[in-house]
Design a protein around this ligand. Sequence first.
Ligand SMILES: [Zn+2]
Length: 454
Amino acid sequence: MISPDIIEEVKRLADPVVLIGARVRLWKSGIAYAGSCPFHEERQASFRVYPKDKHFVCYGCGASGDIFQFFQRADGKAFPTVVRELAASLGIVIPPERPATAQEQRERGERASLLAACEAAMSHWQRNLWGSEGEKAREYLAERRVTDEAARAFRLGFARPDWHDLERALGAAKIAHAVQHAAGVITSREVPGKGVRYHDRFRDRVVFPIEDIQGRVTGFGARTLGAEPEAKYLNGPETPLFKKSRVLFGLRQARDVIRSTGRALLVEGYFDVIALHQAGFTSAVAACGTTLSREQVEQLAGAGCMELVLLFDGDEGGALAAARAARVLLQANLSATVARVPTSSHGGQSDPDVLVARSGRRGMEEVLAAAKPLTEFLIDDAVQRHADGIGVQAPVEHKLAVLRAVMPFVLATPDGLPRATFERAVARRLGIDIGPLRQELQRAARTERPGSHP
Ligand SMILES: [Zn+2]
């Protein structure tokens, strides 16, 4: 039996417009979304999805029900299967239905103790930040224009410049070294003749908790306060709870806004997320030091994101980051646009964080309003690089270079309308015929190894 709590949670988080919208083309119609019924043949659009009560009705054939009943009927699957699949896409963990094996019970117990250790560590670092020893860290946050309110909302903390501060605190809370170590908050080393010695992983750093969509702390990122030439940012290690490619910083805080607007903003850094939330752009999230992954895109889609705005730096690095994210977005067929933060004439910095500080909400709104569709960005970027920005008038060799640069992205786009639209846009921009372009693409598709990168 799946517990009623979990079924409720799935229902609460599931967005029927997004989920049903992936099967049936829906458009807004009053308080509902309308489309053609998938359960009977029709030319009209008698099918409605009501996002508020989370149910569907067909006024033609009378089919109706909640989100679970939709998928039971559409896919011919049993109720528990549908709940499980939806839960998985929303990142909700359901214990298996049959009695758990000893191994599973052990794993579940281990997960619970790791979650408890992460929570205890974060609480300790939060106490440090707001206590007398946290002054330096609070000053740093103020310098980065993080308000106390935001620091509390994002549960930021401070790891003292001490080798054993956290280790001692967790020890006092009866959390074993092995658990602390498995949770990634302490590290160990072998001391000859003395055995294993443990010490804190994060020292003299501001700590950012990385939460899952349900708000449980599963991992950490940390920014140094020290002057020594060490890593500016340090992520916790991968643990049974924490997989870098599966989490998004800020998703818990952004969740409800993403669901109600269907839109999310993807930025690069922790401070970018916080600066945007402070300025009222509360759908901002960040991939924690990784290229956007398929799992992260699934999380966003599961959270109700129908359009992702990539908000990256205006420099070379930002263009590269956008191109890296592009493939997975095109494959997932998630609508995306690219907004670039212009490089300032003085200082050359171009992070969203800096832009908000410089030009405020208005400045950011202008940047977002100038966002280009992802495919257009990719074409423009390639034309800029390989054809001096001139496109149609460029020499043939340059056009071919542009074509080679955009080809992997075109090939990553699902067949049908999305691919055809992309192909036509490339042809138009370069002033070439669509026929030869398709031939060239087909040749490339045959030679390209699956999964290879541009
Ligand atoms: Zn119907």
